[in-house]
Design a protein around this ligand. Sequence first.
Ligand code: ATP
Ligand code: MN
Length: 467
Amino acid sequence: MEDIKRIRIVDLLNDGESLVGKKVDVKGWVRTRRGNKNVQFVALNDGSTIKNLQIVFDLANFSEEDLKPITTGASIHVQGELVASQGKGQSVEILAQELEIYGTASVEDYPLQKKGHTLEFLREKAHLRPRTNTFGAVLRIRHALAFAVHKFFNDKGFYYFHTPLITASDCEGAGAMFQVTTLDVENPPRTEDGNVDYSQDFFGKHASLTVSGQLEGELGATALGCIYTFGPTFRAENSNTPRHLSEFWMIEPEMSFYEIADNMDLAEEFIKYCIKYALEHCADDIQFLNDMFDKELIERLHFVINNDFVRLSYTEGIKILEESGQKFEFPVYWGVDLASEHERYLVEQHFKKPVILTDYPKEIKAFYMKLNDDGKTVRAMDVLFPKIGEIIGGSQREENYDKLVGRIEKLGIPMKDMWWYLDTRRFGTVPHSGFGLGFERLILFVTGMQNIRDVIPFPRYPKNCEF
Ligand code: ATP
Ligand code: MN
């Protein structure tokens, strides 16, 4: 083959007009091949766009034998002349002149034949599903959203702060933890009183995977001003829902000198920015998902961008639920930890808009949240979204040393683990706030997918750690 530079299909389709009449070089995976005895058409995809490039093989130049290995899933390299397309649905196509086959994909064995597969089936083929249109679209959107997260915070002067994934504090308070150990689990060393002797473990103490970077994030914020984390988080909860993963990515900004209202403003601006970024940069992929799965997706995304989120206290929210006349599976009363059905009623039925719920009873929220003057509620804020429920959980933090210690003692959290965290309140304490956004829940919303297992390449959930 001639020594010419390979061009990505997205670039050919976007600005290929200037290359019409020239010889171009493309590589990718075959989606389909069809045609007759005179001419064959191959739809080629290289992952750079949802769109396929049509390659025309004139059987005057290629034998049927040449084309036989070109089945769905095969990888090929083609050079040929770029021409304005005759057919509808594409602006340009390639008249193949040279063909190299990298790898075949046997029709009997390759699981992703043309026919539409269910998402459940594809979950069992998660090693290959990135090659489907749906997962290609989702994964490109995921990438764009990750990029948007960094751009948003960087442009605002926030610092990307790396918090540890392995932690020795058991009291992060956000859920059950996975233990990290190098001890022989069959036969661990024991102390005299019969407990496992973690002083002999790798770190010399009991260690786990983090459920949140927040506590260390506060150390960053009370030094650098505003920081954000963006990394994996692990929760060993047996939550078999379409909104929970055992390993998920979380974005946790933490800001000195922010009060709860500033925190809400930031959360709303941040989510809207990410959605807008995806609409601008992933228009084809979002359109595809809209057409395939969810005809109201694009409308819903624009609606969220263009409308203010409702801001409402927990107490007011409870009142609305009590007066709704709805029959809920879990009863509603002041003090209850809201279930997904309650959150979704407020968002989807009552307000028909995203809602930021604030000032929750202190009993159902974490120890570090700032106590309100009423002595009963804390400055928590949950952002609730249509179809998703909770997408963000956050709060203003208790900056008063004595009040914070009081909470820790009341809840019986082991103080010896908390000394370093308390130092933020002992030395130069400041009002500060932050929140956690579950990255996959944001992707769920932007893609319109129904199940969180379909918006991360390799989902981890109870009884599943394949691939
Ligand atoms: P939920 O009530 O939905 O289980 P949570 O209140 O335990 O969530 P937080 O500890 O507040 O969650 O975590 C902050 C954010 O992280 C949540 O708002 C959500 O977007 C996301 N999140 C929490 N748990 C999970 C999970 N298991 N899988 C995916 N995302 C999660
Ligand atoms: Mn929460």
